[in-house]
Design a protein around this ligand. Structure first.
Ligand SMILES: Nc1nc2c(ncn2[C@@H]2O[C@H](COP(=O)(O)OP(=O)(O)OP(=O)(O)O)[C@@H](O)[C@H]2O)c(=O)[nH]1
Ligand SMILES: [Mg+2]
Length: 445
C-alpha cells in the first residue's frame, strides 16, 4: 500500500546498490529543503540556491563530515515530482550512501516506497498514467526498439490519443444528454446518423490503438520462439547459433535435450526468448516422455514455432500448432545438390552457419515486421491499456445500438466508455490500480 501523504517528505538512494562512481540521494516533499540544509553545507544557504544548478559542498552527519558532493535543488512545481526536490550526489560507496540516507531519515524524511517519486509526479499532474508507466518501460527496455516505444509513450503518444478520444466523447455525450433533457423533441434521424458516425470514428481510433497490443507485449516481454522437432534434427545447435554461444549441449545421440532450456537474445532490435526443447517422438521412457510433453507445451505458448527438420533425412511429421509453425530445414551442408526450399520455410546449416542471418530476418517478418515499422509511430499499449480500451470499445458499440431507440441508455454506455478511457490515463481515481502500477517500480524512481 503506497498511498502518499501529501505532507510527508520522502527520501531514497536513486542509484543502484553497490560500488560506483557516484550515488544519488533524492529527497522530495515540503520539508525537503529544511532536511537537506542540515545534511549539506554549501557556500550559500538553500534559500539562495538557484533551481537546477549544482552546488559543491560537504555532506554532514551532525558535526561529522560524511563526504563531499554536489547538490541540486528543484523548487515546486518545477521538479520531477512537482514538489520541492533535492538531489545530493556523493561518492558511490555502499556504506557512505547508506549513512547519508540514514541521516536524511533521522532528520525527518521517510524512506520512499518503490515508484513513490513517480507516483507523486502523477498525482501532482506532471504526467498522465501512461507516461508514468513508460518511465518503468524505459528503465526495463532490453532492445533499441523497446526503448524507442517507451520513449514515445513517455512523450505522451498513447495518453494523447486517448485524451483526443475522450474529448470527442465528452462532446458526443453532451449532445446525447441534451436529448434526455428534452425528451419530447426526440433525436431526429439526421442528428442520429451524425452522432452514430462520430461514435464509430472514435471506436475505430481506439481499435487501431488496440491493434498495437501484440506489438506492445512482444516489445515488453519478448517474442517467444519454441525450437521443436525430432531428436537429432539440430534444435540445440540452432539455439546456440542464434545466441552466438554454446548454451545447450549438442551431441550425435538422439534424446540429448530432455528438459526445456530458455535463453533470451536481442536480434535486429527485437527481444527474442528462445526455448530449446526435447526431440518429439514416441517413447516408453517416462523422463523423455515428460520432456516431450513440455516441448509441446512450449510450442503451445510460443509466438513462433521453429520446426527443425533434418534435410538429409525423410521428413518426420510432428503434431505442432499449424498457425505458428515454420519448417526450418537444417543440415543442408549434407545435401549433394542445392536445396529447393518449400515456401514459408527456411534452409540452414548449423554446422556452417549458412542461412542463419536469413532465418533471423524471416523471424522478424513472421512477427509482423516489428523491426521495420515506422519507429515514429511505434505505439505499443500494455495489458492494462488493452483491457480498458476493450471495455471502451464494447461500450461504444452498445451506445451505437442504444442510440437507435433513445438517448438515455446510449448516454449510460457513453459514460462507461469515458470511464474506461479515463482509467488509461489515470483520470479516474482508483487506488488499487495505482498501487499495483507503482509497486512494480524501483526505489528512488
Ligand atoms: N552436418 C551437420 N550436422 C549438424 C548440423 N546441425 C547439427 N548437426 C549435428 O547433429 C547432431 C544433433 O545435433 P543437436 O543440436 O544436438 O540436435 P537436437 O535436435 O538438439 O537433438 P536432441 O536434443 O537429441 O533432440 C549433432 O551431432 C550435431 O553436431 C548441421 O547443420 N550439419
Ligand atoms: Mg537438443
Amino acid at each position: 500500500m503506497i498511498s502518499p501523504a501529501a505532507d510527508c517528505t520522502i527520501a531514497a538512494i536513486a542509484t543502484p546498490p553497490g560500488e560506483g562512481a557516484i550515488a544519488l540521494l533524492r529527497i522530495s516533499g515540503a520539508e525537503a529543503f529544511a532536511i537537506a540544509s542540515h545534511l549539506f553545507q554549501a557556500s550559500i544557504s538553500f534559500e539562495k540556491m538557484r533551481s537546477r544548478h549544482l552546488y559543491f559542498g560537504r555532506i554532514m552527519d551532525g558535526k561529522m563530515i560524511l563526504d563531499e558532493g554536489l547538490c541540486a535543488i528543484f523548487r515546486a512545481p518545477g521538479s520531477y515530482t512537482g514538489e520541492n526536490l533535492v538531489e545530493i550526489s556523493s561518492h558511490g560507496g555502499v556504506l557512505v550512501s547508506a549513512r547519508i540516507l540514514q541521516t536524511a531519515l533521522d532528520l525527518g524524511a521517510r524512506l520512499s516506497h518503490p515508484g513513490e517519486f513517480t507516483q507523486r509526479a502523477f498525482l501532482n499532474g506532471k504526467m498522465d498514467l501512461t507516461q508514468a508507466e513508460a518511465v518503468m518501460d524505459l528503465i526495463r527496455a532490453q532492445t533499441p526498439l523497446a526503448l524507442r516505444a517507451a520513449a514515445l509513450q513517455l512523450e505522451g503518444a498513447i495518453g494523447c490519443e486517448t485524451e483526443t478520444a475522450r474529448t470527442e466523447l465528452i462532446g458526443i455525450l453532451a449532445h446525447v444528454e441534451a436529448f434526455i433533457d428534452f425528451p419530447e423533441e426526440g433525436i431526429d434521424p439526421d442528428t442520429g446518423i451524425a452522432l452514430l458516425n462520430r461514435i464509430l470514428h472514435v471506436r475505430h481510433g481506439l481499435e487501431a490503438l488496440l491493434a498495437t497490443a501484440d506489438q506492445g507485449r512482444l516489445l515488453r516481454e519478448g517474442v517467444r520462439v519454441a525450437i521443436c522437432g525430432s531428436p537429432n534434427a539440430g534444435k540445440s545447435s540452432l539455439l546456440n547459433r542464434l545466441l552466438g554461444f554454446e548454451r545447450a549441449i549438442v551431441s550425435h545421440i538422439p534424446g540429448t535435450t530432455r528438459d526445456t532450456l530458455e535463453e533470451s537474445a536481442s536480434l535486429e532490435g527485437i527481444p527474442f526468448h528462445f526455448i530449446d526443447t526435447a526431440g518429439i517422438r514416441q517413447t516408453g521412457d517416462p523422463i523423455e516422455s515428460e520432456g516431450v510433453r513440455r516441448a509441446l507445451l512450449a510450442a503451445d505458448r510460443a509466438d513462433i514455432i521453429l520446426h527443425v527438420l533434418d534435410a538429409s533425412q525423410p521428413p518426420l511429421p510432428a503434431d505442432l500448432p499449424a498457425d505458428r509453425v515454420h519448417p526450418v530445414w537444417n543440415k543442408i551442408d549434407l545435401l549433394p545438390e542445392p536445396f529447393v526450399l518449400p515456401p514459408g520455410s527456411a534452409a540452414i546449416s548449423c554446422l556452417t552457419g549458412i542461412g542463419i542471418p536469413k532465418l533471423i530476418s524471416q523471424m522478424v517478418e513472421w512477427v509482423g515486421g516489428l523491426g521495420s515499422r515506422d519507429s515514429c509511430h511505434l505505439a505499443a499499449i500494455n495489458a492494462r491499456h488493452q483491457s480498458c480500451l476493450k471495455r471502451a470499445c464494447a461500450a461504444l458499440e452498445q451506445a451505437g445500438d442504444e442510440l437507435k431507440t433513445g438517448a438515455e441508455l446510449a448516454a449510460i454506455e457513453l459514460r462507461l466508455a469515458l470511464d474506461a478511457l479515463g482509467e488509461v490515463v489515470g483520470a479516474v481515481d482508483n487506488e488499487q490500480i495505482l498501487d499495483s502500477i507503482f509497486g512494480s517500480f524501483c526505489i528512488g524512481k
